[in-house]
Design a protein around this ligand. Sequence first.
Ligand code: IVH
Length: 676
Amino acid sequence: MQPAEAKARHDQLAEEIRRNDHAYYVAAQPTISDHEYDRLYRELLNLEQEFPELVTPDSPSQRVGGQPIDKFESITHTMPMMSLDNTYSPEEVQAFINRVQKLLPDESLDWIVEPKVDGVAVSLRYENGALVTGATRGDGTTGDNITANLKTIRGLPLRIEAGAGTPKVLELRGEVYMTRTGFEKLNFERESAGDEKFANPRNATAGTLKQLDPRIAANRPLRVVLYGAGEIDADFRPTTQDTFLTWLRSLGFRTSERVWHSGTADEVLAAIAELDSVRRKFDYETDGAVIKLNDFALRQHCGATAKAPRWAIAYKYAPEQAETVLRDISIQIGRTGALTPVAELKPVLLAGTTVKRATLHNEEELRRKDVRIGDRVIIEKAGDIIPAVVRVVVEQRTGAEQVFLFPKQCPECSSNVTRDSVGGTANVVWRCPNPDCPAQVRGRLEHFCSRGAMDIEGGGEVLIRQLADHGLALDASELYRLKVEEVAALDRMGEKSAQNFIEGIAGSRQRELWRLIFGLGILHVGTGVAKSLSRAFPNLDTLMHATEEDLAALDDIGPVIARSVADWFNNPDNSALVERFRKADLNFESDLFQAADKDGIFSGKTFVLTGTLPTLTRTEATARIEALGGKVSTSVSKNTHYVLAGEDAGSKLAKAEKLGISILSESMFLDLCEGP
Ligand code: IVH
């Protein structure tokens, strides 16, 4: 393809991808299938590989760019990011409106009522149409530069198209959030990988934006909704909130799906009530309404206090809470041995369901809230999800309450519990270290059979407990030796359901390899990681023999996961289990594996190309590397083995030098290709 032709096609693809991102993430009306989208995206990447000059900063491929950083830089906001005063009753809202009217005695005021999105506030700065920086609120004056993480949000335009001129400076304020369904999926995935769950979507969002590696943010369901103005060119400065929001939408930004325009205090209160009745349908959590003066010039007259503007206020909805007695604290042991304290409650009605148990997360949480057995406690449905204990009603203590002693031994098998550190940070989770702990044995079997793993019908909690208690199956390989009569003889099992279960087990022999890898229950290995491993290795044997370094060199596997996987396979009990799976005839071959020549001289080696080579084109060099089993990556990191550098090599070369990576000229490279 000629460069001009490539450029035209690239423009077309980029435009189509942008349009679809907007349709999916902003308008919530997807127009093409995921498959079709992936195809467009791959074609774009291939073109950019061949014609690197097409990689512009606002190309859709640049959403996940760059390498992990050591720490965030600080950014000083050109206009402070203020917070809002809170109100909790209609009277306080009325008082607020009266206060503003008093500041503006001759004006007839109109108000905008918006959902108060419960996420993380951010400031976005576009210069000449391009997104240049994104920052957290921080202390209101200075925040963290989280541009790389924000760019991964596909609903956020990297460039704005303003027909009638583009502002030189356009700074916008908004809220990043995680969709409810995305949050639930993420937590499910974390739980099944043995990772600690996030308490709510806001924590998950904040935790994601704090990640120094943008690839993590790229894999999390973040969205952003805009509602405010920072520094904006005089010519483009908005005059009212409603015209501002309309303008933002025309530029491709997401704004709240509903806002109310109210003329009187009564209308404002009616809007607040109506918002309360519809807000649970939004895909973000809301904890209140924000009431803002519509007119920007009048806002200017009102001014601000040190902390918050005088022209706006938040109305907070009462969270759905209930008070009850905490009768006891029990300990649940997961399949990875994690000990989770659970509040056993006097049953109480909360948001339409009877709640008997609530999570206390971990020992640290328990101490922080000073929860004691016999306490009266307030429970809340965190975002209508899992009930949690919010606080103790300390005034109601009688003195008879008992401090809960977090067990030093596993309640199930009496092993001493341990608390290791993961990646240098102390872990808050206590674990039972005994792999034969009956609770872990049951947990592993259930996990193996679960829908997301080997998908064995009937392998639920009740049956698994019986199989384990009777010693019929103590690890997953033993499932494959079960006989119908043995299963049929168990409580509440008939011949027919035993037969179905055994057939389900037999059928699972042919499951895809990633399901087996996930089913092994390796710490930190969720379905996503299992699929990555299955793409990188042709079969379970090669995975089993991969070193920690081999694993860490894979694109989407970090050091903690690499260590966990290598440790798991290095444990003789686990390799014996794998051998029993082999004897039981389970499929070990990967259908996701993307072949590379494993015996090639560059097998396992990652190259980065930079600059212009004297004779080879980029495509030719890439083809040679891949043909010899190597991989080409776009950015230099400690996982890079060689940098192939030509003329005008830029920052990649400098980085490689800094990291002490071997740098090859074309002639050295061609020599290497010849082999030893
Ligand atoms: S306006 C100068 N509008 O609530 C005041 N804030 O409690 C700027 N928030 O820091 C805020 N939804 O993070 C505004 N529709 C909305 C909002 C909203 C959520 C957050 C924002 C702010 C916090 C104050």
